[in-house]
Design a protein around this ligand. Structure first.
Ligand code: OAD
Length: 243
């Protein structure tokens, strides 16, 4: 039951929290998921951050802690092996902020929703920088703002609700799809509720691409896929990708 991937096939992969579930990382919309215990508007919006930055930093610090202890799983590794075979005919757009694709060895990765292990200033234009620190009590301040006599609170480098995705990421996805001779869009472990990622399947189809979903439960946009494989990605991906 391997997917048909030939010498002219380009594969655009979209992953979501489900691909990291077998690494012990909590998903968002499960009954015991992150959004069951935390209000999105409190911990994943700019308004929530300015209202209570300590709460937001505690939330992301706990997530940093659990991601630091996690390992990539067979699903991440299968995508990595596919990339090794396809080279530039492979692109991975992930909604995950955990960095587990890169830790597995994936290189052509666009982190659409940001990176948990990076911070940036909420005031100045300083670029995001690596930061795996836990801020459980004191709030982190921007050293560059302080040097200039100002004061800026650091924030996690996460795309929150109400914020725009990096336009360069979307442009790269679009260029990749447009250039593909034979496009295969493969979505893995994502509930299909968050846009614009959830709309990529319809863009791929409009361009004549095939679309496949690998997911444990029914996804919100499932009807748009040509083929659906239900089950854990750590088991299904190695066999679907014939590795
Ligand atoms: P969700 O939590 O919404 O959905 C995860 C999906 O993964 C569900 O449909 C599960 O059925 C499926 N799943 C769980 N375990 C799996 C496994 N082992 N193998 C395959 N599938 C599995 O997570 P996302 O779709 O990633 O955004 O959510 C999208 C965005 O919403 C996130 O990036 C996050 C969230 O709010 C921000 O924080 C900005």
């Amino acid at each position: 039951m391997a997917l048909e991937i030939s010498d002219n096939t380009s594969v655009l992969v979209l992953t979501g929290a489900g691909v990291s579930a077998e690494s012990g990382i909590q998903t968002f919309r499960a009954s015991d998921g992150l959004w069951e215990k935390h209000a999105i508007e409190d911990v994943a919006s700019p308004e929530g951050f300015f209202r209570d930055p300590a709460l937001v930093w505690r939330f992301y610090s706990e997530r940093r802690r659990s991601v630091s202890a996690a390992q990539s799983n067979a699903g991440h590794l299968a995508l990595c092996a596919l990339e090794e075979e396809l080279g530039d005919r492979f692109l991975l757009a992930t909604q995950n902020v955990d960095g587990l694709h890169e830790r597995a060895g994936s290189k052509r990765v666009l982190a659409l929703h940001g990176r948990l292990m990076q911070s940036r200033c909420s005031v100045c234009e300083r670029p995001p920088f690596d930061d795996d620190a836990l801020y459980l009590s004191a709030l982190p301040m921007c050293a560059r703002c302080e040097e200039r006599g100002g004061s800026g609170l650091l924030r996690p480098h996460i795309v929150w609700f109400g914020e725009a995705l990096d336009p360069n990421h979307l442009a790269r996805v679009e260029t990749f799809m447009n250039k593909a001779e034979d496009l295969l869009f493969l979505a893995v472990g994502t509930s299909g509720h968050v846009y614009p990622a959830a709309a990529l399947v319809s863009v791929a189809r409009a361009l004549g691409g095939r679309s496949v979903l690998v997911n444990l439960d029914e996804a919100g946009n499932e009807g748009e896929f040509d083929e659906v494989f239900r089950g854990p990605s750590g088991v299904l991906l190695p066999s679907l990708l014939d590795l």
